[in-house]
Design a protein around this ligand. Structure first.
Ligand code: PHE
Length: 450
């Protein structure tokens, strides 16, 4: 069976993978902490100089290998095939990310379902409500997490065209429309002008070396890089797709949605004197929930729309995390799709439960790794170590291992000869590995430049 994406299906599916919780909470949080739009410019610069370069590298492996991650690396490596095939197991990184990501999806489901009826009236109540969910009564969190996991695996079990593509084709435009409506509505508040100023007028004095690293890490995470997701989707790329323009479109959609989410979030933060530098769950689940409640009835609708948008963004990303491993089991291990889904489900489900129990007061002491709750440890391991490692392997493999002719034949029709040379010799071979190397050292605390 030829289960390939259509061209638009491919763009929406990859954009769906890219646009996710990263845009909704990592992006606004980091923008808030780094003084607004100067950070966005930096993020764009690094996206185009580094992440986008690797992104095209990962598409190259998928497109030329036309198989699951392990087999694609094996087929393309000119020698040491078995050794290189191991790089395909970086698909496990995606499963580890999925394990905690799906827990957050469960929280979002809970907020989507309840925000229409009740919202916390003040910060204390809101904090208590969030705490109840994650640390006092894990049953609700477990139920919501289970529902979301079943939904995601059900979609993936239907395959590329009938499952993943079909979902993205309606969910991504719906997400976009919901977001546009929310941006338009936020524009009726005074806080909107402040929010736009904050996001669009650069203040370069707020940047420091940490901002550079944060921007690069974010650019990696939001583009779903280095975990074989892009590779796997690109293996089902229809013929004659313009890789360059599709990739540019995907990157632009990703940034645009991040900015739109930021506009909405900061409008309410400024309107009700919240703190723009607050981070992660605090920003979305605690502050925003209270801010929405101040708007009365319409606030409930808005909160519902907001959490639903997040849920859509998260689902389209989550399915892209499980597809590589499922595809591998089907293609290289002769599993049926249904059996592969069950196997991967069991693996991620156990880890997800460990994440939930790691936050639950009564069991938290048993689910600790290196002094951190299981959830945080997985987040750290994946985004600080495994993703950069995956990126580095892609750069080395495409830049130095695969024969250049094949890569040239694939990309030069879209990039031109000169464009290809810049991409290959300057950005891929030199700039990207250096950049990753520097973040890795810095993140691991081996070097510190203030
Ligand atoms: N890009 C997704 C986001 O921004 C996260 C993701 C990481 C998706 C890795 C797939 C693989 O939320």
């Amino acid at each position: 069976m030829n289960d390939k994406f259509t061209r638009i299906g491919f763009i929406l599916a990859v954009a769906g993978s890219a646009v996710g919780l990263g845009n909704a909470w990592k992006f606004p949080t980091l923008v808030g902490q780094n003084g607004g739009s100067a950070f966005i410019l930096l993020y764009l610069l690094l996206t185009f100089l580094v992440s986008f370069v690797i992104f095209i590298g990962e598409i190259t492996i998928g497109r030329l290998g036309e198989s699951d991650p392990v087999d694609s690396y094996r087929r393309l490596a000119p020698s040491n095939k078995e050794l290189w095939s191991k790089a395909g197991f970086l698909m496990i990184t995606a499963l580890l990310i999925y394990s905690f990501y799906s827990v957050v999806m469960g929280w979002i489901l809970k907020y989507t379902a309840t925000s229409i009826f009740s919202l916390p009236q003040n910060l204390d109540d809101s904090g208590a409500m969030f705490n109840a969910l994650i640390s006092n009564s894990p049953l609700v969190a477990i139920i919501c997490f289970t529902i979301m996991s079943l939904v995601c695996f059900l979609i993936v079990s239907k395959g590329i065209k009938n499952g993943i593509e079909r979902l993205n084709i309606w969910m991504m435009p719906s997400l976009f429309i919901l977001l546009v409506l929310m941006v338009l509505y936020s524009a009726s508040f005074d806080g909107f002008a402040q929010s736009a100023k904050f996001l669009l007028l650069p203040d370069f004095s707020a940047l420091n070396s940490q901002s550079v690293l944060d921007a690069l890490g974010l650019a990696f995470f939001t583009l779903s890089l280095g975990v074989t997701t892009i590779l796997t989707y690109a293996a089902s790329l229809p013929d004659r797709t313009n890789i360059l323009t599709s990739s540019i479109n995907i990157v632009l959609i990703n940034v645009m949605i991040g900015v739109m989410m930021g506009l909405v979030v900061f409008t309410f933060i400024f309107e009700f004197n919240g703190d723009p530098a607050q981070s992660g769950p605090g920003l979305i689940f605690v502050s925003l929930a209270v801010l929405f409640s101040k708007l009365g009835f319409i606030g409930h609708i808005l909160a519902f729309a907001f959490f639903l948008t997040l849920l859509f963004a998260a689902i389209t990303s989550a399915i892209s995390m499980i597809e590589p491993a499922v595809y591998y089991l089907v293609k290289s291990r002769a599993f049926s799709r249904a059996k592969a889904c069950v196997a991967v489900f069991v693996f991620t489900y156990v880890l997800g439960i460990a994440c939930i129990l790691g936050y639950y007061g009564a069991t938290s002491e048993y689910f600790v790794i290196a002094g951190q709750p299981f959830f945080d440890a997985l987040d750290y391991l994946t985004s600080k170590i495994l993703m950069p490692l995956g990126g580095l392997i892609i750069v080395i493999f495409v830049g130095y291992v695969i024969k250049k002719d094949g890569v040239y034949a694939l990309l030069s029709p879209y990039m031109g000869d000169f464009g290809f040379k810049i991409w290959y010799f300057v950005l891929l071979r030199v700039v990207s590995p250096l950049a990753i190397f520097v973040i890795a050292l810095r993140e691991l605390g081996i070097v510190n430049f203030g």
